[in-house]
Design a binder for this molecule. Structure first.
Ligand SMILES: [Zn+2]
Ligand SMILES: [Zn+2]
Ligand SMILES: [Zn+2]
Ligand SMILES: [Zn+2]
Ligand SMILES: [Zn+2]
Ligand SMILES: [Zn+2]
Ligand SMILES: [Zn+2]
Length: 1755
């Protein structure tokens, strides 16, 4: 259908293009009815431009629209060519000093923690970099889209509101200047006209709801039958559902469906079918039918194409308006005027109102277009911003209601603009006073929570799904309230007071509905059947926490407001609890001659609620009265006389008793919901407006009543009254009915009650309660957190309450209390408590959880022991109370308190049975300590002539009265001091008695108040005690010394392990697992060691024993023994690749014989070094396989390894492995023994001999194949062939290895072949041996690179596992030919050899520029035995090795000379010309000769020699490693040390002349002919003529890409990155490949591709091309490193970016500035270079099974 339309469309285009913008504009200028003219124009052209087919053509549409539709408007507006008109406007315009840049999704934004008025004030990157905040404490986040840069907004910043760029514009600005003065009258009029028409048109068409009919003045004469089936976005259906449905409904491919779904998700709608009405209706009904089953169906409309066309143009028009007003502030103002002008229908009829009110009916794309227009117009104009704010506030209720019922996220709702308006302090204040905004918000919010119980309280129980959904959405209103309150007024007008208090009233109404909600009753007998709903209530509380605090902050600012608020709050509280005593008979309690009346109430039997926001708000206000001293200044204005302390304390006390009872296990049957509620009640997120305020309320109560009365009520609520009021307490133990559980329960309750009293007296660190300031409070919190253990910055932040600006205030005090310890390579930076702060430690700090308390106690006691102090943890000295709370301390010396203390001590003295507890005693001791501290303080600070009324010491010295006649508290303490069962508390008791004496002395010296004489001397230690103490001290010293030695030893051990695992992460089990034997020990002393050739150093045969990790049996490695194997992991690798765009196209046809010098795809073998019997491993692997099969049948669980692919975990270290390598003795020795070494041929002769042998073989092969094809004749022809002397091609050597070893040789060879080529295993394939040699060469090369990069010596101490791996791998590769077909290996040898020494039969072989010489060397050396074994002429294997090595070295030198650039860098030689330099100049000349002088002339032999030496080093090093492991010759000690290049030592070890050029000179004849053949290759010529590239030497090591120092520049880079597939869209998960630097659009449908028949995400796809299956990424927006291997393996890894506190920020949640940590990045690079990524993933997945379940392939 589309194709038929094409010619027609093109014809149409031509006619369209003739339409002239200038002429049209001219016509409009003449028009009498401009609106009609314009509408006619639009009616005619819009449908001709937009929506001409099933798919949009955005470029063409835009082009035509500009020409025909927008062009005329621009001409009209300017009155001349807009190209001139607009630039004139721009010049005349005084640019705004506001930045106003609207943020894209993912763009970095910056806020200043020092200067931003609230956290919503942000800067764009450009402004930030030019601002003063760069050097402040800034916070960095990525924008979710929407919102704009606040640069230039003086209300947003306390300091530095302008960046450098925007500051320039401020100088000449007079704030209230009318921007219209810069425009001519005419222009204003024209702009007004055209804006009014266009804006109205856009609003009309976008809000148009009919599907088949246009507004009258746009209707066309003839209407085609063309419709769109339009699919809309919703938040209910998933991507998969939509894609699936579309495939069915419109019969499209999956790819198209994904495209549709992506657009629908992004733009909010997309046509999925184009055609006649019927055709579209049909698709609609299928979609609706298919999606209506479980949920509400997808929204689909069949719309006439002309409507869609006009709507598309409407959107275009709005963006156009947005860009036009950018030219001039005057135009912007006119647009604002037009938008806000009231229409003919009065109220809410302006265009802006109309758009806002139909917001929820618009699709996503339309919404964001007009929201952006609002932001760039209304919010950028100071005058209209206010007017708009008023409109917004007026419509607030409707907008919010629309939002709550809509299902789109808030960022797509106009309601979200509240943050832009309400956070502007002046606007917020204006809206409060003029529009009563506070009240509106709160009332709107309450309207949505209609579900109430009989008392009018909120009820969340039995919420329907819809109600729950609404509840979630309506919470955003609380956020709005927060925005309004966030900046506090600096001055109050009467209106503001009045409206604020009105809002406060509404707020109290809200809190009243929460007071007492979700009441609970203790469950007895049965466990509750269903956990009651509790989360909703807590969510509400949590969301309101900041608002409640801010309300108090506001009240604190104005005395009048505070007084009024206090009264109102008290009134509401009284309403809530009016008649809380009703219907109950009061009861009378009495102890120690005091009595009080109270109600009968048991928490354990009646309803109780955790939610008491009204009480708590009152507590907060009460503290403010104290803090602001209003309580003393205007007592007459306060309703203090109305306060009834028992009423105030009642509910908070119940709540605290509830917590105690839960602790005592009395509420077990109420299930987890209660436990959770109690948890949150104390949690840092809630406690400030819950638990903390309950404590304050009790403190308020106690300070206003007789402490004896308070204590009795408290005893009664704790249900402990009986125990303490009954004089004969002994009874409670003797009673037989007393159950053990009950005793336990009561003990806990007593402990909890004592703890509560400690808190009431001790918690005076809120300003207003005690005489402290806010910093003291934070300091104290931090001290107590750090008393538990050293903590990282983020941990500390998490443990502190944040204010509405997300600040904890920690930075201002942390330095005073803690010292910072920097992080190492892992871990985080830590804060440690300063020792001098330890004295402020309070064991009963009220924010400790039980676990924290006991950890802190342990830590502090340990610390004291280390400092050799006694271990008592006495209460710290406290700041004094504020006067309003001052009388509170008397609770400590009240009679009832003394009675409670005495009782507990008495129990401890008698200690009969389990009816008391040590913690109970500990708390009493603490309380006594507190009282003593208090008294001491009072005495020390006493004013002259004042009498200290706090006489605790006096009271505890008095014995009890009759009838008890109990001893005094002091006496009991003395008794307890020697109680053997109280060893732990002795230090504390001693401290108490000491302090008591000090006080006594102070009293005596001042003698203001004589202390009663205490009996006996207390502190005089008897000599016996002294002895004991001395002995104890000595024992302690001895113990400490022992501990120190132990610590040193374990430190040394740790060091040892650390150092040895340097190169490889894995710990090495040295004793059990390695085969490391005496191999490296210098058996041969002092002489020069030679690794190969006839002169090879003979090493006495070493016997080697290893232990199997599976059966623990020891066995010797011998050719005839059973095979021992190492677990190994073979993987493809591109780590050394110099060409990442190259990969194996068709693995079945790929020939790996010659490795290209770009090393583009190698095969790496690694091993953990753990040894097993081959058969033990077989058995183990079979069992793994069987287990996996069973598991797969049961549940489809993934494992971290892929058994089907032969993967398993090493049974010892769980290292990922996929095959095993057999352990072998040096295989050369087996074949070498039969030969003597005299009379060996020289290189020329040897080459000639080998060439002859090869020729003979080639003839034989040819004959064989012809014989085979033709009917076979006898082999008599063979005899005719003249065989070289001693060459017996019919000889087949016997394989010396045992069956078991042979089997393992085949196993590992096949595995290497399978993995390396990614093909099905086939042990017969001729490429198997080639792959084995290749893996050996590649692995050696990669290790040589690592060693060189780290400046490590070649034969330095390698980790065992590496040493073992290289040895086994080399020896295996050398032995593999014995299990391969002899003729195949000979064939390989011939080809490899011919590549250097050509013969007439050679086929198409690569030129020497395209061969990696080390791979060639390894291949030749390892294939050679297959030829040599048939040679009986007396040439030894060693001779062959040496000549092969020399030949390849020579070729490599030529290769280097051909490819080396000799930069004339002015560096000149220092020494006179040496022998090497003359020689190399001569060689270079020869080369020039053979290349026909295309090779550049080099004047300096010095440069050449230097290049050759540098270029050949890696090759020589690799060769040294190779021959070392092959032949087992120990390494020369010089090469074991770090130092310079060791060129000479290497040459000696490798049997090379130090002057390498001698190799040419000694064999000049044959060399010249070889050089000639190499140089005359056509590829070499092409290279020299510059027609192709070649690798030059030395190859540089590959590194990961360079990362910027500042993380935000990465974020910025990523935010500019758009998805490469969906035209200009921002990618949601931009991900950076750290290997090649490509940015990818990860984890998204748009960029999925097919790989091996499966859909994979962009990262996985990239992994295959860039890293042959393994790669490292950085997820930029998450700040997280991602390791991927294959399709199923992956893990996240800590990023190399740290904040100033030495912590990473995965997920970018904290937003602290992040900087590159080079060491950590190096560590990641090392993992990559060592091929340990897959292993790392394996370990991560084993440690965290959740990682296994992630769909890595979709990333
Ligand atoms: Zn900006
Ligand atoms: Zn700026
Ligand atoms: Zn700042
Ligand atoms: Zn075994
Ligand atoms: Zn292992
Ligand atoms: Zn994409
Ligand atoms: Zn890459």
């Amino acid at each position: 259908m589309a194709s038929e339309l094409e010619p027609e469309v093109q014809a149409l285009d031509r006619s369209l293009l003739e339409c002239s913008a200038e002429e049209t504009a001219g016509k409009w200028l003449q028009a009498t009815d401009l609106t009609r003219e314009v509408y006619q124009h639009l009616a005619h052209y819009v449908p001709k431009i937009y929506c001409r087919g099933p798919n949009p053509f955005p470029q063409k549409e835009d082009m035509l629209a500009q020409q025909i539709l927008l062009g005329p408007m621009e001409w009209y507006l300017c009155g001349e060519d807009p190209a001139f008109g607009f630039s004139k406007l721009e010049q005349a315009n005084k640019p705004s000093h506001l930045c106003g840049r609207v943020f894209k999704v993912g763009e970095p934004t910056y806020s200043c923690r020092d200067c931003a008025v609230d956290p919503t004030c942000v800067l764009c990157m450009e402004c930030f970099l030019g601002s003063v905040h760069r050097n402040h404490r800034y916070r960095m986040t990525t924008s979710g889209g929407g919102g704009f840069c606040d640069c230039g907004d003086t209300e947003a910043w306390k300091e530095g509101p302008y960046c450098q760029k925007h500051e320039l514009n401020t100088s000449e600005i007079e704030e209230e200047e009318d921007p219209l003065v810069h425009l001519s009258e005419d222009m204003i009029a024209r702009t007004y006209n055209i804006f009014a028409i266009m804006f109205r048109y856009a609003v009309e068409i976008l809000t148009w709801e009919k599907e088949n009919e246009l507004p009258g003045d746009l209707e066309m004469a003839e209407k085609s039958d063309t419709y769109y089936c339009m699919l809309f976005n919703d938040e209910v259906h998933t991507y998969e559902q939509v894609i699936h449905t579309l495939q069915k409904a419109v019969n499209c491919t999956q790819k198209e469906a994904i495209g549709f779904a992506t657009t629908v998700d992004r733009d909010g709608r997309r046509s999925v079918r184009y055609g006649d009405f019927q055709y579209c209706e049909q698709a609609k009904s299928i979609i609706v039918r298919n999606t209506s089953r479980q949920t509400k169906p997808l929204k689909v409309q069949v719309m006439h194409s002309s409507i869609v066309a006009h709507q598309n143009f409407g959107l275009k028009l709005l963006s156009w308006l947005g860009s036009i007003i950018g030219y001039s502030d005057g135009l912007r103002r006119i647009l604002c005027q037009v938008g806000l002008q009231e229409g003919p229908d009065g109220e809410n009829s302006s265009l802006v109102d109309r758009l806002m009110l139909s917001d929820s009916k618009l699709w996503k794309g339309a919404r964001s277009v007009y929201h952006q227009l609002f932001m760039s117009s209304l919010l950028m104009d100071l005058k209209y911003k206010k007017l708009f704010a008023v409109r917004f506030a007026n419509n607030y209720e409707r907008l919010q209601n629309d939002y709550v019922t809509d299902d789109h996220d808030r960022e797509f709702s106009i309601a979200d603009l509240s943050v832009q308006i309400f956070t502007v302090p002046s606007l917020a204040r204006m809206l409060i006073t003029e529009e009563n905004l506070m009240t509106i918000i709160i009332k709107t919010f309450m309207d949505h929570l209609r579900h109430r119980d009989a008392q009018g309280r909120f009820q969340f129980e039995r919420y329907t799904a819809l109600q729950a959904f609404k509840f979630r959405r309506v919470q955003s209103l609380i956020l709005d309230l927060k925005y309004v309150l966030i900046s506090k007024p600096t001055e109050w007008s009467d209106e503001l007071r009045q409206k604020f208090l009105e809002g406060f009233d509404a707020f109290l109404e809200l809190l009243k509905c929460m007071q007492g909600m979700d009441p609970i009753t203790r469950q007895v007998g049965q466990h509750i059947e269903m956990e009651p709903e509790w989360e909703a209530a807590f969510t509400l509380q949590m969301k309101l926490t900041h608002v409640i605090s801010m309300m108090q902050d506001w009240c604190a600012l104005d005395e009048k407001v505070l007084i009024e608020a206090y009264k109102k709050c008290l009134a509401v509280l009284m309403q809530c609890h009016s008649g809380f005593t009703d219907g109950e008979q009061p009861i009378t309690l009495s102890i120690c001659g005091h009595s009080v009346e109270t109600i009968r109430y048991c928490v354990s039997q009646e309803k109780v609620s955790i939610h008491l926001p009204v009480s708590r708000l009152l507590a907060g206000l009460h503290v403010l009265l104290s803090k602001s001293e209003v309580a003393y200044k205007f007592p007459e204005l306060l309703p203090l006389s109305e306060l009834s302390p028992p009423m105030l304390i009642e509910h908070p006390l119940r709540c605290l008793v509830l917590c105690a009872q839960v602790q005592a296990g009395m509420w077990r049957r109420n299930g987890f919901s209660l436990v959770n509620q109690i948890y949150y009640y104390h949690n840092v997120k809630c406690r400030r407006e819950m638990f903390d305020k309950d404590i304050v309320m009790l403190q308020t109560g106690v300070s206003m009543m007789d402490p004896n009365h308070f204590l009795m009520i408290m005893l009664s609520r704790f249900e402990l009254y009986q125990i303490f009021s009954t004089p004969d307490y002994g009874k409670r133990f003797s009673s037989e009915i007393t159950h053990k559980d009950i005793v336990q329960q009561n003990n806990t309750l007593i402990e909890e009650m004592l703890y509560l009293i400690i808190m009431l007296v001790g918690e005076r660190f809120s300003p207003g309660v005690g005489q402290v300031n806010a910093t003291d409070e934070i300091k104290r919190e931090i001290i107590h957190q750090l008393s538990i253990r050293p903590m990282a910055h983020s941990e500390l932040v998490k443990s502190l309450p944040e204010d509405e600006n997300k600040e904890t205030g920690m930075e201002s005090v942390i330095k005073a209390v803690a010292s910072f310890k920097k992080p190492g390579l892992t871990g985080r930076g830590m804060y440690e408590l300063k020792p001098e702060c330890a004295k402020e430690f309070n064991l009963y700090f009220y924010h400790f959880s039980r676990a924290e308390q006991s950890k802190a106690e342990e830590a502090q006691r340990k610390l004291k022991k280390q400092n050799r102090e006694d271990t008592a943890l006495p209460p710290p000295v406290l700041p004094p109370f504020c006067p309003l709370f001052a009388s509170l301390v008397n609770i400590l010396q009240s009679d009832v308190m003394l009675c409670i203390m005495g009782t507990v001590l008495q129990w401890a003295v008698e200690h009969n049975g389990y009816a008391w507890s040590e913690s109970m005693l500990q708390r009493v001791l603490h309380l006594i300590g507190m009282a003593l501290q208090e008294e001491k303080q009072h005495l020390e600070n006493v004013m002259e002539e004042h009498v200290v009324t706090f006489t605790f010491t006096q009271k505890i010295s008095k014995p009890g009265e009759a009838p008890n006649n109990s001893p005094s508290i002091l006496a009991m303490l003395e008794t307890l001091q020697n109680a053997p069962y109280l060893e732990v508390h002795k230090d504390m008791i001693r401290w108490i008695l000491k302090t008591f004496n000090i006080i006594k002395k102070i009293r005596q010296s001042s003698s203001t108040s004589p202390v009663a004489e205490t009996e006996g001397t207390i502190m005089e230690e008897s000599s016996r005690d002294k002895d004991k103490a001395e002995r104890k001290r000595k024992a302690e010293i001895a113990r400490l010394r022992r501990e120190k030695i132990m610590a040193q030893m374990s430190e040394m051990q740790r060091h040892f392990i650390d150092e040895n695992k340097e190169l490889f992460q894995q710990t090495l089990e040295l004793d059990t697992s390695t085969s490391a034997v005496l191999d490296n020990s210098p058996v041969v002393s002092d002489m020069t060691l030679t690794a190969l050739g006839p002169a090879q150093t003979r090493v006495p045969e070493q016997r080697q024993f290893v232990t199997c990790i599976l059966c623990q049996e020891e066995q010797e490695i011998k050719v005839e023994n059973r095979a021992m194997v190492l677990a190994a992991f073979v993987q493809r690798s591109t780590v050394l690749s110099k060409n990442r765009s190259k990969f194996i196209q068709d693995p079945e046809k790929y020939d790996p014989l010659f490795m290209h010098p770009d090393l583009s795809c190698g095969t790496h073998t690694g091993s953990c070094g753990h040894v097993m019997h081959a058969h033990c491993w077989q058995r183990y692997f079979d069992s793994v396989q069987a287990k996996e099969q069973r598991r797969q049948h049961r549940l489809r669980l993934h494992t971290s390894y892929d058994v089907e692919n032969g993967e398993f975990l090493c049974p010892l270290c769980e290292c990922l492995s996929n095959t095993v390598i057999p352990l072998l003795l040096p295989p050369r020795n087996i074949f070498n023994s039969r030969l003597n070494f005299s009379d060996q041929p020289n290189l020329s002769l040897w080459i000639r001999t080998i060439s002859q042998q090869i020729k003979a073989l080639q003839v034989l092969r040819k004959e064989e194949s012809t014989l085979n094809t033709a009917s076979s004749k006898s082999s008599e022809n063979m005899g005719e062939l003249k065989l070289p002397e001693g060459f017996r091609p019919d000889f087949h050597p016997k394989n010396p290895y045992s069956e078991s070893i042979k089997e393992m040789l085949t196993t590992f060879g096949t595995a290497t072949y399978k993995v390396g080529l990614k093909v099905h295993p086939n042990e017969e394939d001729p490429r198997v041996p080639v792959m084995c040699w290749g893996s050996c060469a590649y692995t050696i090369q990669s290790i040589e690179r690592i060693l060189s990069d780290e400046d490590k010596p070649l034969f330095g101490p390698l980790p065992c596992r590496l040493d073992d791996c290289l040895r086994s791998l080399t020896r295996f590769a050398a032995a593999h030919w014995t299990v391969a077909s002899l003729s195949v290996v000979q064939g390989h040898f011939c080809k490899l050899f011919t590549s250097l020494v050509p013969n007439e039969n050679h086929g198409d072989l690569p030129c020497i520029l395209d061969i990696d010489m080390f791979h060639l060397l390894v291949g030749l050396v390892l294939a050679f035995p297959a030829l040599q074994c048939q040679d009986f002429s007396g040439i030894s294997l060693g001779t062959g090795d040496l000549h092969i090595f020399h030949l390849v070295t020579v070729a490599h030198i030529v290769q280097i000379l051909l490819t080396s650039y000799t930069e004339e860098n002015g560096m000149d030689q220092e020494n006179p010309i040496g022998e090497e330099e003359l020689a190399i100049l001569a060689l270079h000349k020869t080369l020039r000769q053979y290349t026909g002088s295309t090779l550049k002339e080099i004047p300096s032999g010095w440069h050449l020699w230097r290049n050759v030496k540098a270029g050949i080093m890696p090759f020589l090093k690799c060769s040294a490693l190779f021959f070392h492991y092959l032949n087992g010759v120990p390494s020369p000690s010089e090469l074991e040390a770090i130092g310079t290049s060791h060129f000479e030592h290497l040459c000696n070890y490798l049997s090379l002349p130090n002057n390498l050029i001698c190799l040419f000179q000694e064999n000049s004849e044959i060399m010249n002919s070889l050089i000639e053949s190499w140089c005359q290759n056509s590829e070499v010529k092409r290279y020299l003529e510059g027609e192709r590239d070649a690798i030059s030497y030395p190859r540089e090591s590959n590194k990961l890409i360079e990362l910027p120092e500042d993380y935000s520049s990465l974020i910025n880079q990523a935010s500019n990155f758009s998805c490469p597939k969906s035209g200009g869209d921002k990618s949601r998960t931009p991900t950076l490949c750290l290997v090649c630097g490509t940015l990818l659009c990860s984890q998204s449908y748009c960029c999925q591709t097919e790989l091996e028949g499966e859909d994979v995400g962009a990262c996985t796809a990239h992994t295959y091309s860039c890293g042959s299956g393994v790669s490292i990424f950085l997820r930029v927006r998450e700040c997280q490193v991602l390791f991927l291997a294959g399709k199923t393996k992956g893990c996240f890894y800590a990023p190399p970016y740290l904040d100033d506190y030495g912590e990473t920020d995965q997920g970018l949640r904290r937003g602290n500035p992040l900087h590159l940590c080079k060491e950590r990045f190096k560590k990641i690079q090392k993992l990559w270079q060592q091929h340990s990524i897959t292993e790392e993933i394996g370990h991560a997945q084993e440690a965290n099974q959740a990682l296994v379940g992630i769909d890595w392939q979709h990333l």
